[in-house]
Design a protein around this ligand. Structure first.
Ligand code: C2E
Ligand code: MG
Ligand code: MG
Ligand code: MG
Length: 281
């Protein structure tokens, strides 16, 4: 019987492991040509005002439409790109496409804040500020509409250089959000020194709220701290009504999560805006 079990286990798991490995190799082989093959696409997740539920922004999230494997989330391929200079080109495309989309919605009557995730390598590239300035100028966008999302760990790698580049971005008008706040070092002193305009409270806090009351206390504390620095606060990962109401009670400005809306294609996002009726401008 034990032998049978063994065979069974072998039969079920080994091909899966082999399959996964094969898939990873395939992805690694394909990912560097995906940009040229126009296989990348941006999805947009709504960000709404906690006060009245109006859509005030969108976060651009990268997807790869793999010809054989279908739609892939960034966790499956972004680390491969981030380990190589190719991320610069993909990152530039993300910036350009997100700005193009923001302009399209602006012309439709919706002036949204577009959040764009930035990779460490991208942020440490001195060309990033002029690149972004050229893009917003090209589309006739106000830089204030573009919010760059960076993470603490990214900044800690070379805090002086990061601060220098963030300052030139901020001087050009771009907004800067600290993503996944609370998961990193949370060195609060550098928050004062960096030209950050918003923090995004990580979804791990939101998720625990229902189980652990102290998470709400932490969120309350973070918000008080953020307000004292005049920073906007966004909560990500809101999945239930209970979480939403708890977070709203903290005075958080902007809400994001599956409950409010999943990341979606631009056409679906547009339909959502139109269904909302009143254009915010
Ligand atoms: P992130 O910037 O923290 O983005 C939030 C992630 O949480 C997204 O995953 C989003 O789909 C997911 N999410 C949103 N609401 C909920 C929720 O209510 N519940 C749960 N469980 N998840 C939620 P996604 O799209 O897979 O992206 C993962 C990460 O990949 C992002 O984390 C970001 O760090 C990175 N990323 C995505 N797009 C880009 C990009 O264009 N450039 C760069 N450099 N990084 C990107
Ligand atoms: Mg983000
Ligand atoms: Mg995040
Ligand atoms: Mg993240």
């Amino acid at each position: 019987e034990a032998k049978d079990n063994g065979r069974h286990t072998f039969a079920v798991f080994s091909p899966t492991a082999r399959h996964l490995l094969k898939q990873r190799l395939e992805l690694r082989q394909d990912v560097f040509s995906a940009l040229d093959r126009r296989q990348f696409v941006l999805f947009y997740q709504p960000q709404v005002s906690a006060a009245n539920g109006a859509v005030v922004g969108a976060e651009a999230l990268l997807r790869w439409e793999h010809p054989r494997l279908g739609l892939l989330a960034p966790d499956l391929f972004l680390p491969m790109l981030e380990g190589s200079p190719a991320i610069t080109e993909v990152g530039a495309w993300v910036c350009e496409e997100a700005c193009r989309q923001a302009r399209e919605w602006e012309l439709l009557g919706y002036r949204l804040r577009m959040a764009v995730n930035v990779s460490p390598r991208q942020l440490m590239d001195e060309n990033l500020p002029p690149l972004l300035q050229n893009i917003v100028a090209h589309y006739g966008l106000d830089a204030e509409c573009i919010k760059l999302e960076v993470t603490e760990s990214m900044l800690m790698q070379d805090i002086d250089k990061a601060a220098f580049i963030l300052r030139s971005l901020r001087n050009a008008g771009f907004r800067i959000a600290l993503d996944d706040f609370g998961t990193g070092y949370s060195n609060l002193s550098y928050l004062r020194q960096l030209p950050i305009t918003a923090i995004k409270i990580d979804r791990s806090f939101v998720r625990e709220i229902e189980r652990d009351r102290r998470c709400l206390d932490i969120v309350n504390g973070v918000i008080a701290f953020a307000k004292s620095l005049k920073l906007d606060v966004i909560c990500e990962g809101i999945e239930t009504e209970l979480q939403k109401e708890a977070i709203r009670s903290t005075g958080c400005d902007v809400l994001q999560g599956y409950l409010i809306g999943k990341p979606m294609r631009a056409t679906d996002f547009r339909a959502m805006l139109l269904a909302q009726g009143t254009a915010p401008m």
